[in-house]
Design a protein around this ligand. Structure first.
Ligand code: ATP
Ligand code: MG
Length: 589
């Protein structure tokens, strides 16, 4: 069709390839419908010529009957074509949605940090919808009309080469104008969708942080941002619309001029006795019908521009390779049971031009032992956990689990053995059972589920739920922060991990609840390696070793008891000065 090459065209074809058979079927029905529509003006011409020549009423009624039958059947077949193309385009669209979503899930945290959820939704849903709409229309309107147009030109040329040639010329001029202007409008469409993605992305973020915004009186700022984004989006939409609709108007005018000229020529030829009235009428109908397809195509231009812009962004996203890829080793590379975690001369910065978040980390957590990590805000504690889980790759050095470099392992194997519980608990709008088993991804019996819930101290809460494990959770908002946290513990332990990273995981619990579950936690952590990041020192009473992190470095590391007994150690000082209260930040130095 148009002068389109590159990854977006490949994407469009790859979407349609599995639908080849369905598309062929739809095309076949379409061709029959088009032939009928093509026959109609010829029938009309024969009817008029027949009437002028004084043919019998029966013969005329027969022609009229054929005309009506052709019209009715063509419309019915058109419906079948629409239904078929809609179905195949949605199937193709859903396949692409799934592909994009899978790809997005494979992309590393650094990529997700740069793209807001709103942008992702726009990409996976908005762009794909534009593509699906385009596909359903491309068959019915664009392809059908192009074929119809070519056939009509053929028939017009057959009736009279001069009038036909004039129609061909006007169609070529109209088509040329359309294609040139379409190309000019694509970047504007792209800018429009990008501005919309920004608007929705920002809005989503603001709504997500509604409580914080309200509490801090930042509502006015949020509204101001909304104004700025909406204005940007409006300007982009106006420009895109101007360029898109402009191309429609210019092409329609070009074509209308051609149609008028053809009609005038038809009259001249009739005057000279070269054409019958019926033939002029048929040519006139063809010239009118020729206008329709081009206008339809122009209508679809908008969708085509949107689809092309969507396909381009989707193919960009698909072309973004995850920088964190699977290593060659599978589950067999790791021994059963608890696994040692080792950081060997590890340095890492979140961005190439930023200060390292951790540097020269040498740390060993032997299999089955529990390490407590303390340090002031921003010192790099969370980063250590992320590196162990390979949410980011280390800059220098290496992190090993069970003696194997985490980069050598398949990611699913690594994440199957290492569990992380952070303060940010993500609960889904689903039943309690689905929340715990991650929608059935883990085969766990109800008895095991209730057992783990009791062990983390949620038995009273569970008993109060009338529907038990079938209770529907309304995301994280239907539970108190502490209860959500306990559910997160339960979920982590159901996976039977070998290494557990608890990152401030108990900081939302009140001291009483925390001490209540400490025993249960010890029980759950037994036989597993644990890295426990805590601000509250009491949380770390039972760990084997303590590491103090400061400005990305380990500044102290040793057995907890020895450090506690050493009055000069940072940890010992903290214990005494802070008197087991959580004011580490002031005193770590
Ligand atoms: P806290 O006690 O507040 O949780 P932390 O010790 O866990 O702090 P980290 O989250 O590891 O600290 O952060 C270490 C450094 O890395 C900080 O300077 C922080 O600003 C930076 N940092 C953390 N996450 C990111 C990120 N996603 N992108 C860029 N920089 C980050
Ligand atoms: Mg942290």
């Amino acid at each position: 069709m148009a002068r389109v090459r590159g990854p977006e065209t490949r994407l469009l074809f790859s979407m349609l390839r599995p639908e080849r058979r369905a598309a062929t079927g739809v095309l076949a029905v379409l061709l029959v419908a088009l032939s009928l529509r093509l026959a109609m003006p010829a029938l009309l011409g024969r009817f008029v010529d027949g009437a002028i020549a004084g043919r019998s009423i029966d013969a005329l009624v027969q022609i009229a009957g054929m005309y009506v039958a052709a019209a009715v059947i063509a419309e019915a077949l058109q419906l079948v074509v629409m239904w078929g193309s809609l179905h195949l385009s949605w199937r193709a669209g859903n396949r692409l949605r799934e592909r994009l979503l899978r790809h997005a899930l494979r992309l590393e945290m650094a990529w997700h940090g740069k793209h807001s959820p709103g942008q992702l939704i726009e990409r996976i849903d908005g762009d794909v919808e534009a593509l699906a709409i385009f596909f359903s229309n491309v068959l019915v309107h664009v392809l059908g009309n192009v074929v119809l147009m070519i056939a009509m030109l053929g028939v017009a040329l057959f009736i009279d080469p001069r009038a036909g040639a004039l129609l061909v010329l006007s169609a070529i001029a109209g088509g040329f104008v359309l294609i040139r202007l379409r190309a000019a409008a694509v970047p504007a469409r792209e800018a429009e969708r990008e501005a919309n993605a920004q608007l929705y992305g920002d809005l989503e973020e603001r709504l997500g942080g509604l409580e914080d915004l309200r509490a801090n009186g930042a509502g006015r700022y949020a509204v101001h941002r909304l104004h700025v984004n909406s204005s940007r989006s409006w300007h982009a939409a106006r420009r895109a619309s101007f360029l898109g609709d402009g191309s429609y108007a210019v092409a329609a005018a070009t074509f209308a001029a051609g149609s008028v000229a053809t009609l005038a020529l038809g009259f001249v030829l009739h005057d000279r006795g070269l054409l019958t009235v019926g033939q002029v009428l048929a040519l006139f109908r063809y010239s009118e019908m020729l206008r329709q397809p081009l206008e339809r195509i122009a209508d679809q231009l908008k969708e085509f521009q949107k689809a092309l812009a969507g396909a381009r962004r989707a193919s960009w996203m698909l072309a973004t390779d995850p920088s964190i890829t699977d290593g060659p080793l599978g589950a067999e590379a790791l021994p059963d049971g608890a696994l040692a975690v080792r950081f060997e001369r590890v340095s890492f910065a979140y961005a190439a031009d930023s200060e390292p978040a951790v540097r020269d980390i040498d740390l060993e957590v032997p299999a089955g032992s529990h390490l407590g990590v303390i340090g002031r805000t921003g010192s790099g504690k969370t980063t250590l956990g992320r590196l162990a889980l390979r949410l980011w790759d280390v800059g220098e050095g290496r992190v090993t689990i069970g003696g194997v470099d985490v980069r050598e392992l398949r990611q699913d194997v690594l994440r199957g053995r290492v569990a992380v519980v952070t303060q940010d608990v993500e609960l889904f709008r689903a039943s309690l059972r689905e929340n715990l088993t991650i929608f059935g991804a883990r085969a766990v019996s109800d008895d095991e589920l209730t057992g783990v819930l009791r062990r983390v101290g949620l038995s009273t809460w569970l008993d109060a739920q009338p529907e038990g494990l079938d209770t529907q959770l309304e995301g994280s908002s239907s539970l108190s922060a502490g209860e959500a946290q306990l559910l997160a513990f339960a979920r982590a332990f159901l996976a039977d991990p070998s290494v557990v990273i608890l990152d401030e995981a108990s900081s939302r619990l009140d001291p009483k609840t925390e001490s209540h579950i400490t025993a249960a936690m010890q029980d759950l952590l037994a036989g597993r390696t644990a890295i426990i990041v805590a601000h509250r020192l009491a949380t770390l009473d039972a760990v084997d070793t303590i590491a103090v992190v400061d400005d990305g470095r380990i500044v102290e590391h040793g057995p907890r008891d020895a450090l506690a007994a050493d009055a000069d150690s940072r940890y010992g000082r903290l214990l005494r000065v802070a008197d087991r209260r959580s004011i580490i930040d002031e005193v770590v130095q």
